[in-house]
Design a protein around this ligand. Structure first.
Ligand SMILES: NC(=O)C1=CN([C@@H]2O[C@H](COP(=O)(O)OP(=O)(O)OC[C@H]3O[C@@H](n4cnc5c(N)ncnc54)[C@H](OP(=O)(O)O)[C@@H]3O)[C@@H](O)[C@H]2O)C=CC1
Ligand SMILES: CCCCCC(=O)O
Length: 457
């Protein structure tokens, strides 16, 4: 797979990046491993945290330039790209401010003696990341592990090489030593060889279930820990006692943000029968008002999909869904327009024997289901191979909390879309992966939580 910048609005090749050789891979491994064995990684955390503060300042200062690079490379609306860069600065600052507390020794009362758990880095990590949040996905792994002292080697998605290279330069500009964070334009085979290497102690992957299964198996074979942030088919539940106008407005955002290419996007809309007609009518009206266009144009409200292949995949999925009985309530086709555009789409009448029922639509395609009560909501929500996030809209918070506890996912938001923040854990269950990123949980995924006991004997 070549590393190329192709603008998804023009489908023009902007730049091709040379692949890194096996010798480059070995050099990266040597530098990262040497750094891990140095005082920089194993010594005082206070020598590493200023790098994250500096990185946050650089992200804020260069926000507009970085945002334009992302929008031109993967098609995200410029305002959403700016927000992503801001989120990255927040994550960097969060770990700069809190990592020392998270990794401080924790005392245990024990009859065996004075006991405590220390937190130590474990070594070089391999990160494999997707294109849909080209900076955020990198920061989610870099910030906690730079604070902890784990050097990172990254394979980013092959359609966002400019973002990948720019992020690496920013980390060095922030003062990180060589080996702390290395971006490699490499193949899946070279990733496998890196995972196999004894100098690598863990793997973090964000991406599809398919890639996650392959990479996690490679790690497991060598008894190395992995965290997987994979696909999702998240529900967006609208109860009969919800603020319908808010549910529609947030539902549109939750489905169409980043042209629907978000693992935690609202994908399965489960609507109480009492409000289904009103919801569908208002939802369709909102979809009718979107403005397709250049993601760099502030007036555009729906950008292109990230690549021609992504558009072809989504088109095939919708055609298959309809062939198996789904009804197109709105949209349903690729747009005859420059760039990789698909109409905002609403599919209804998807039965369980339709392959679409279990599929994730990674684009502006909403599946709508109508239900009669809360038990049916839970049954439908949990009838999925995935378990990433989910949203529930109701003005009866106790009712929504009871539903949230019954839905088998890693995250549930009430009266909000499934969001993310530095201080909140992110991750799922079932085929959405395992492990958590961000918050105090994320920084402990790849540290040795070492028990020390001073015996009273
Ligand atoms: N949970 C989350 O936060 C996210 C989940 N996703 C999920 O990912 C899917 C679409 O995203 P997409 O980027 O296409 O996912 P992919 O899994 O195709 O790609 C993700 C990353 O994995 C790499 N990769 C793919 N196969 C292998 C392999 N065998 N060995 C090593 N690396 C590999 C890709 O490289 P290359 O680009 O060279 O193929 C890319 O860097 C959707 O299912 C979506 O839900 C996406 C983003 C976030
Ligand atoms: C804005 C929510 C973060 C989305 C995580 C993902 O799709 O990779």
């Amino acid at each position: 797979m070549a590393y190329q910048t192709i603008n998804p609005f023009t489908n023009q090749l902007v730049k091709e990046y040379p692949a890194h050789s096996n010798a480059d891979v070995q050099a990266a491994l040597e530098k990262a491993d040497a750094l891990y064995h140095s005082d920089w990684a194993k010594g005082d955390i206070d020598q590493r945290l200023p790098i994250l503060h500096k990185l946050a300042d650089l992200l804020d200062k260069q926000n507009e330039e970085l945002a334009k690079i992302a929008s031109r490379e993967m098609g995200k609306l410029i305002e959403q790209s700016r927000a992503e860069v801001t989120l990255c600065a927040q994550i960097a600052r969060y770990y700069a401010d809190h990592a020392k507390d998270f990794l401080a020794p924790v005392k245990y009362d024990s009859s065996l003696g004075e006991a405590w758990v220390e937190h130590h880095p474990i070594g070089v990590l391999m990160a494999v990341e997707p294109w849909n949040f080209p900076y955020y996905q990198l920061m989610r792994v870099l910030a906690p592990n730079l604070a902890a002292g784990n050097p990172i080697i990254v394979k980013h998605a092959s359609i966002v090489p400019h973002c990948a290279e720019t992020f690496e330069h920013l980390v060095r500009e922030a003062g990180a030593p060589e080996g702390a964070y290395t971006n490699l334009f490499i193949s899946s085979g070279q990733v496998s060889a890196i995972i196999d290497d004894d100098r690598v102690q863990g793997v973090a992957l964000t991406g599809s279930e398919k890639a996650g299964a392959v990479v996690a198996a490679q790690a497991a074979k060598k008894l190395k820990k992995a965290t997987l942030e994979l696909g999702g088919n998240d529900v967006f539940v609208v109860l009969d006692d919800s603020d319908l106008q808010k549910a529609v407005q947030v539902g549109v955002q939750a489905r169409l943000q980043n042209a629907g290419q978000v693992c935690t996007a609202a994908k399965r809309f489960i609507i109480h029968e009492k409000v289904a007609d009103a919801f569908l009518s208002q939802f369709s009206d909102a979809f009718r008002q979107v403005k397709l266009g250049d993601p760099l144009d502030e007036s555009t409200t729906l950008g292109p999909l990230s690549s021609k292949e992504a558009l072809e995949t989504l088109t095939r999925q919708v055609e298959e869904a309809v062939k198996n009985g789904a009804k197109v309530h709105f949209g349903g086709k690729p747009v005859d327009h420059k760039g990789n555009f698909f109409e905002p789409t609403i599919l209804t009448h998807i039965t369980r024997d339709n392959p679409a029922y279990f599929e994730e639509f990674f684009g502006p395609v909403a599946q709508v289901y109508v239900v009669k009560d809360d038990d049916e909501i839970v049954k439908l929500a949990n009838d999925s191979h995935y378990g990433l996030g989910g949203a529930i809209f109701s003005q009866n918070i106790e009712r929504a909390k009871r539903l949230a506890s019954r839905i088998e996912t890693g995250m549930v938001y009430i009266n909000s879309l499934t969001d993310t923040a530095a201080e909140l854990p992110f991750g799922g269950v079932k085929r959405s992966g395992f492990g958590r990123e961000l918050s105090d949980l994320g920084i402990k995924e790849f540290v040795n939580q070492k028990l020390v006991v001073v015996s009273h004997q």
